[in-house]
Design a protein around this ligand. Structure first.
Ligand SMILES: *Cc1c(COP(=O)(O)O)cnc(C)c1O
Length: 468
């Protein structure tokens, strides 16, 4: 499989090169040049596989010969050995034909571990083979950072810099990043929003000299491999509910559009998904888009689901590329318009395509809190605010009773204990692996939202690391 940029103006790369490159040189995102397809007969054969066996089948066409089957199998074993549920992603019923897919059983209690725990050993494999060292720079709205840190800590082939918006992540989220002691991990608290952090990362990539000097790479969901790893659990959940015999839809708590794009990819690959429901908090840019055909930048609100406090959903670019029949120049124009004017509109025909596949809904903090309370009263399950946004959207759009609706449970309730307690009066219990986190020393560097300063800090740190 070869990979091409959504803006049509970057070298075509193999799987391993795409992994290491992260963002494409023209500012676009890499996507496979075709979609593998599993027909109903294939799906039937896949129904009884374990999570790891299924991952091998689904990833194989994307990876091709860049990795042997035995290497892939052992990387997957390594990736998921640290999960506290042997199903990796258990499916739980919460009401008639309504399920939670629990994606938070990894080390940092959010769904990002599922892709990130895989990326860590995968990077290490290719870098060791090539004798290379890379610098990964990532922006986080809360959960990506700790997931990346857990995946990369103590790996000699990687230095990792994580930018997070100072004061805008929960205390547990911050401590999960800043209390990790490892000489290759560097946390930067930026005075700004998540979108500012993400913009900083993007402009570092657009600076050719900086990018090449640092051998820059990315672990954000702009990295194709994360999306690939996330398609596995859509198939997993679908097969558990006897897809294609039974109908399924997914509700996805959405920020950067990575997770829901993986759902879209799964549908392209033959998993018969009826609808993908995009669930947003008060940051409703996507909901407005699906009403108006216009993506219009608004201000970023802080909510009780901070990992979705995002206006610019980077992965939407990958969807645009599909909607415009893979015409990179059209995508480039739309994105440039968005950058300069703060908005763009899409044409009627691609818009109609999206309406066939997606539904959307947004909810404020009060509604989210109500849903946490309701789900607990009905089923005894404590859910986190992100998951609650997902369940709220699922319930609004669950009109067809024969379709099973699966909400992706993206974080463990103990990651957002204050909101859960406020809604239910119950304090979710912190899993063992996080106990003691409030007593540990924090290490981070606070910096202004200033490109020069941040780059300088990264350069200085790398120089120190190499002298040492
Ligand atoms: C990152 C995150 C999201 C949003 O996922 P995207 O792929 O960015 O759309 C939702 N919920 C939680 C808990 C997250 O950490």
């Amino acid at each position: 499989m070869k990979y091409i940029s959504t803006r049509g103006d970057s070298p075509v790369l193999g799987f391993d090169e795409t992994l290491l490159a992260g963002l494409a040189q023209d500012g676009g995102l890499y996507v496979p040049n075709s979609w593998p397809y599993f027909n109903n007969h294939d799906l039937k054969q896949m129904a009884e596989l374990s999570y790891i066996e299924l991952a091998q089948v689904i990833m194989k066409p994307f990876i091709g010969n860049t990795l042997s089957s035995t290497s892939l199998a052992s990387i997957l074993e390594d990736a998921y050995s640290n999960f506290d549920d042997d199903k990796i992603a258990p499916l739980k019923p919460i009401a008639e034909n309504e399920y939670l897919l629990e994606l938070f059983h990894g080390p940092t209690l959010a769904f990002k571990d599922i892709a990130m725990q895989f990326l860590g050993p995968l990077f290490e494999h290719f870098l060791t083979k090539k004798g290379k060292h890379i610098t990964i720079v990532g922006a986080t709205s809360g959960d990506t950072g700790s997931a990346a840190i857990e995946a990369c800590r103590d790996r000699d082939t990687i230095d990792l810099f994580i930018l997070y918006p100072y004061g805008r992540v929960s205390e547990i989220q911050q401590r999960q990043m800043t209390t990790v002691v490892a000489s290759n991990i560097h946390c930067i608290a930026v005075d700004g929003t998540f979108d500012d952090c993400q913009d900083q990362v993007k402009s570092m990539f657009n600076d050719k000299i900086f990018r090449e000097n640092c051998a820059l790479s990315s672990i954000n969901s702009i990295n194709w491999t994360r999306i690939m790893a996330q398609t596995v659990y859509y198939f997993w959940a679908g097969l558990k509910l006897r897809s294609p015999i039974n109908k399924i839809s997914f509700s996805v708590p959405t920020g950067n559009f990575g997770n829901v794009f993986a759902g879209y990819v799964s549908k392209k690959m033959g998993l018969p998904i009826e609808k993908l429901i995009i669930a947003s908090n008060k940051n409703d840019i996507l909901t407005r888009f699906f009403k108006t055909k216009t993506m219009k930048l608004g201000k970023v609100y802080s909510t009780i689901s901070p990992s979705m406090d995002i206006q610019i959903s980077s992965n939407f670019e990958r969807l645009l590329f599909e909607l415009y029949d893979r015409d990179g120049s059209k995508v480039k124009n739309l994105i440039e318009k968005f950058r300069s004017l703060g908005e763009f509109s899409i044409d009627q025909s691609p818009f109609e395509q999206t309406m066939k596949i997606f539904d959307s809904a947004s909810f404020d903090d009060n509604q989210t809190s109500e849903t946490i309370k309701k789900v607990y009263a009905e089923s005894g399950e404590l859910i986190d605010p992100h998951t609650a946004v997902g369940v709220s959207a699922a319930r609004i759009h669950h009109s067809d009773p024969v379709t099973s609706l699966i909400t992706l449970a993206t974080a463990h309730p103990a990651k957002f204990p204050d909101s859960v307690k406020k809604a239910t009066t119950i304090s979710p219990k912190l899993p063992k692996r996080l106990q003691g986190i409030f007593d540990k020393k924090e290490v981070f560097t606070r910096l202004e939202n200033n490109e020069k300063l941040i780059k300088q800090f990264i350069n200085d740190t790398l120089n120190k690391v190499s002298i040492k």
